[in-house]
Design a protein around this ligand. Structure first.
Ligand SMILES: Cc1cc2nc3c(=O)[nH]c(=O)nc-3n(C[C@H](O)[C@H](O)[C@H](O)COP(=O)(O)O)c2cc1C
Length: 308
């Protein structure tokens, strides 16, 4: 199992890290700390209905960290009080998102250059609730020059953990991640630092870890949620089928109307590296019911022509 001081985390991912996905990851490795998708703090404050649809979670997901975004410290504070009442373990503030709409509204990555507001957000939230407040951010906005100053600022505001994605806002999804700056940052902070970007699995992390405390995996977990385990490489197809069924079933429970679209998205990801089952992938993007999913997965299992 993972060394106790090296914590493994599932990255917050909009449209993916919902309750069903988190339950699947926790079933595979109960030690993983899950971050939710991001939610608007304003949305949580102003709609009890919406808050009630995304904040309740299954006991197996604990300890769960809920991520929120917005720009106004007062709204963040109110949202934090509401979120705490749902018995979550922590609240993560999104200072990461590079989407144009988000940045132009002064949310997400734009907080990196709006240091006073960033400080106030963390300070207000930390005063208002007992659970820890953390931040997910990038190396910087245009460059990484201010990373250490910015992070120390957040630490002084009482942030308890910081996740750094190894790219700047301007680099968006291009360029190779720069881990050296994250190692350097850790030398300057008291709080734990999570490194994030392009970690393949536990072994890959061991090559990158250096002085960091946690590792976080996002996209690679789509087709390999076993990537958080130290001793597992990607599983065989037959080993994946049961988890796929369980995932589809959980999605029905959680999103009964939208489950079909969601299920298609996840099911094909699991088959990502099995190019020889292309026709089954094509069938999975057209499923209309849980029975469709089950029938296709049973067909795969009983297909003597494919290597499981
Ligand atoms: C589909 C998708 C949705 C994402 N949504 C969020 C989000 O809601 N909040 C956030 O902080 N990061 C979000 N991210 C970024 C990831 O948390 C992570 O930083 C990024 O994918 C890099 O890690 P990886 O290389 O392990 O995937 C998202 C990424 C993807 C691919």
């Amino acid at each position: 199992m993972a060394e106790k001081w090296k914590i493994v985390a599932l990255a917050p991912m909009d449209g993916y890290t919902d309750s069903a996905y988190r339950q699947i990851v926790k079933k595979i490795n109960p030690e993983v700390i899950c971050f939710s998708e991001f939610f608007s703090a304003d949305w949580i404050v102003h709609s009890k209905f919406l808050a009630n649809s995304v904040l309740p979670h299954h006991i197996s997901e604990k300890p769960l960290i809920i991520q929120i975004f917005w720009k106004d410290p007062e709204i963040f504070k109110k949202a934090a009080i509401i979120i705490e009442s749902y018995w979550v373990a922590g609240i993560d503030v999104n200072m990461w998102c590079p989407a144009k709409k988000v940045v132009q509204s002064w949310h997400g990555s734009s907080l990196i250059i709006n240091v006073d507001t960033a400080f106030k957000i963390i300070e207000e939230m930390s005063k208002a609730v007992k659970i820890p407040i953390s931040v997910k951010t990038r190396l910087g906005y245009a460059d990484a020059e201010n990373l250490i100053t910015f992070a120390k600022w957040l630490e002084n505001a009482w942030a308890q953990l910081i996740t750094v994605h190894g790219r700047t806002y301007k680099q968006a999804f291009t360029w190779n991640a720069d881990w050296t700056m994250i190692y350097e940052l850790k030398k300057n902070l008291w709080i734990p630092v999570i490194g994030n970007w392009d970690v393949e699995d536990y072994d890959d992390w061991m090559n990158k870890v250096e002085n960091l405390d946690w590792f976080m995996i996002g996209r690679k977990s789509f087709w390999n949620p076993w990537c958080f385990l130290p001793w597992k490489n990607e599983l065989s197809l037959s080993e994946k089928l049961d988890i796929m069924k369980e995932h589809a079933r959980l999605l029905i429970e959680l999103k009964w109307r939208k489950w079909c679209l969601e299920s298609r998205k996840h099911m094909v990801q699991y088959l990502h590296s099995f190019t020889w089952v292309k026709h089954y992938r094509n069938a999975l993007v057209r499923v209309e019911s849980y029975e469709d999913v089950e029938n296709i997965l049973n067909e795969i299992k009983n297909d003597n022509n494919i290597y499981l």
